[in-house]
Unconditional design. Structure first.
Length: 169
């Protein structure tokens, strides 16, 4: 990993607050045109708040904070299950293209390798073409679609994408 990039496991209330702050900034930039302000606000409260993140960690999710030049600029969360669920994967807009996303993904691949897991899967909004194209470039394939009622009259209309990692003998 390059010197100006680093990743650490979120293990404190301070880390959780950093992630909550990153979520507000990234989601407001990226998801407004896709799902609108009302659903962004609802999803930030339900899934990206400090309380929601704390509960997710208690439920077995592992959160990581990514830094660029020592500033927090992205975060991810995984949950080992039948493979690894890549639950969260976000990088601030002004940092995209600097290798932070690839570094985050390499970190997750290393976790998979260390734990002998060869499948990573995720969900991605069907209308989030920018992210879908990035995932495809990274080797993920669309394998299914799912519509999930998340309450308050909102749904998540997603593709399920997956990638199999090469097994090392």
């Amino acid at each position: 990993m390059r010197e100006n990039l680093s990743i650490e496991i979120a293990s404190s209330k301070k880390h959780i607050k950093i992630i909550e702050s990153l979520a507000k900034e990234i989601w407001s930039q990226h998801y407004l045109p896709i799902i609108g302000q009302e659903q962004v606000d609802y999803m930030l409260s339900k899934y990206q708040s400090a309380d929601a993140i704390t509960q997710s960690i208690e439920d077995g999710y592992i959160y990581y904070i990514a830094y660029y030049e020592k500033e927090p600029c992205g975060y991810s969360a995984i949950k080992p299950d039948e493979g690894i669920l890549l639950s969260k994967f976000y990088v601030k807009k002004n940092i995209r293209g600097k290798g932070l996303g690839k570094a985050m993904l390499s970190f997750i691949y290393k976790y998979a390798e260390d734990n002998r897991i060869n499948r990573i899967w995720l969900t991605c909004n069907k209308y989030n073409s920018q992210s879908i194209n990035i995932y495809k470039k990274l080797g993920f394939s669309i394998v299914d679609k799912v519509v999930t009622d998340i309450g308050n009259g909102f749904v998540m209309d997603d593709y399920i994408m997956e990638k199999y990692l090469e097994e090392k003998l």
